[in-house]
Structure formats: C-alpha cells, structure tokens
Design a protein around this ligand. Structure first.
Ligand SMILES: Cc1ncc(COP(=O)(O)O)c(C=O)c1O
Length: 272
C-alpha cells in the first residue's frame, strides 16, 4: 500500500497520519472515491474526480483542488506498478471542534493505492430491512458517513451474501451498499433512476452508455420476479447475482452480453 497525505508521500502508509480531531474521523464529514487501477493507470479518473467535486459541494466542503488530487494519484502510482489496483481518495473537513460544527482549518486530502484482489465471477445478495433516504441531505453523495452501509453489509454477510440491497423510503428499489443494481424483466434491462437516491455510479453510467437500459423506479419486489439480476461497481465490474434472498438465478443472456461489452470497452481506454 502507498499513501499520500496533504502533499506528501508517507514513509509508513500504515502509521498514524490524520489528526484525531479531523472532522472526517470524528463525525464522518468527508467525501471519497474508489478508483480502479488497470495496468498501472487509473480507470475513468476524470469521472471520479467530477463526482468527488459534486460530493464535496453537496457537503459544503471547500472546492477540491483537482490538480492536487491528480498529483497525489501520480505520486502513489509512480511508486509501484499495479496490474490491478484500487485508489482511495478521501477529502474531509480537516481539523475541527469535536462536535458537528466545522472548524476553519484546511481540508484533509488523502490518496491511497493498494492491490485489488480478483472479484468472484458471480455473487449473492439479500434485501435489508432499513431504507435509503432519497430525500436526505446526503442522498446521492459519496460521503465517508458510510456506517449504514457497514451495518447493512454485516447483515448480508450474516446471511451468506456479499451485498445488501436497499429499497428507498418510497419502497422502490435503490442500490447496494457499494454497487448499483441492474435487472431484466421481459427481456428488458432496467436500473433505478438517480431520483431513487442511489449513487450516480460510474460503472452504472458507463454501462448505460455502452449497452443501454431503461432507468425506472419501481417497487423493490420487482427483483423477486426478475429474470436476471446483476451488480455493477468499480470493484465488481458486471457481476451476476446467482442467489437473491432465497431465490436461485441463472446467469442470463442479457447479463452475459453486458459482461462481454464491459470487458471489451474497459480494455479500450483508461479514462472513458
Ligand atoms: C452506495 C454506492 N452505490 C453505488 C456504487 C457504485 O459506484 P461506482 O460504479 O462508481 O463504483 C458505490 C461505489 O462504491 C457505492 O458506494
């Protein structure tokens, strides 16, 4: 692992670095991105940086200095060639009082690079009893306030699944803890709209551009009769779901096509 903090590579990426009263640490006042590294190059970095900016604005953090972020990315990647890796870019409110009020110190920017282990070809998912709040202040933002996802994912893991699927307050399908959901009904590929409160996933956007699909909001129960279900994310790519709650599913033809398109197009460029 390599780590860069506020302009400097750390000698020991596992050692203490961020202040104990950093607002990201104390109250989750921060935003982040997880970026795949393919053959030493960050994949879709421009889209990730645009989303980082949007998330920071949504939280009311100071504008992100994207040149600085790119310098951090280059610094951690220069050190070591990652055939398949992941970057984690974190931007927080910086040192602040211990409560929810912000301080006036500079923001904290961290870039970390690490190896990305291969993701299983297929996976299993379960619905969780807690809703996503599509009307909340953080809806659609990629913030470090991810403890709801931690709880939901632990719930899924306790049921032998690798992903937890949320409905939103309207009872509509929303997203996973770290993935967007696609499904097939009557041969038609569908995914929730961004109004569902799901994150505007980079993989979701690329697949819609490269393959197509209908964005629609409908009750989460649609998954109980969907012919095919798959997840997309930076770390999963296109990952078929072969068990959803208690139902077994085959890897269907639409999912296969999406996986093929994804692999071909991903190989074409690192910053699509
Ligand atoms: C809540 C949530 N939804 C969806 C995604 C998928 O987004 P992306 O394709 O940009 O990785 C993520 C990514 O980690 C996420 O955290």
């Amino acid at each position: 692992m390599r780590a860069w903090l506020n302009g400097h590579l750390l000698d020991d990426p596992h050692g203490p670095a961020v202040a104990v009263n950093d607002h990201g640490m104390t109250v989750g006042d921060g935003v982040f991105e997880a970026v795949k590294v393919v053959d030493g190059q960050p994949f879709a970095l421009t889209r990730h940086l645009e989303r980082l900016e949007r998330s920071a604005r949504g939280l009311g953090l100071p504008e992100v200095d994207l040149d600085d972020v790119r310098r951090g990315v280059a610094a951690v990647l220069d050190e070591e060639h990652l055939t398949r890796g992941r970057l984690r870019i974190t931007y927080t409110g910086g040192v602040a009082p211990l409560g929810s009020g912000r301080g006036d110190g500079p923001p904290t920017l961290v870039v970390v690079a690490d190896v990305l282990r291969p993701t299983p070809e297929t996976t299993t998912a379960v619905t969780v009893p807690w809703p996503r709040n599509e009307r909340g202040a953080l809806a659609g933002l990629k913030t470090t306030s991810y403890a709801e996802n931690v709880v939901a994912l632990a719930h899924a893991a306790g049921r032998g699944a690798s992903e937890a699927i949320f409905a939103n307050l309207a009872g509509h399908l929303c997203e996973g803890t770290g993935s967007n959901v696609f499904y097939v009904v009557d041969g038609e590929l569908r995914t929730p709209t961004l109004a569902s409160g799901c994150l505007a996933g980079i993989s979701r956007a690329l697949l819609l551009e490269w393959y197509g699909g209908r964005e629609v909001d409908e009750p989460v129960g649609v998954l109980d009769s969907a012919e095919e279900i798959f997840l997309v994310s930076t770390t999963r790519d296109v990952q078929p779901v072969t068990r959803f709650d208690d139902r077994e599913l085959a890897v269907g033809p639409v999912t296969e096509e999406c996986r093929t398109v994804w692999r071909a197009r991903e190989a074409e460029g690192v910053d699509p």
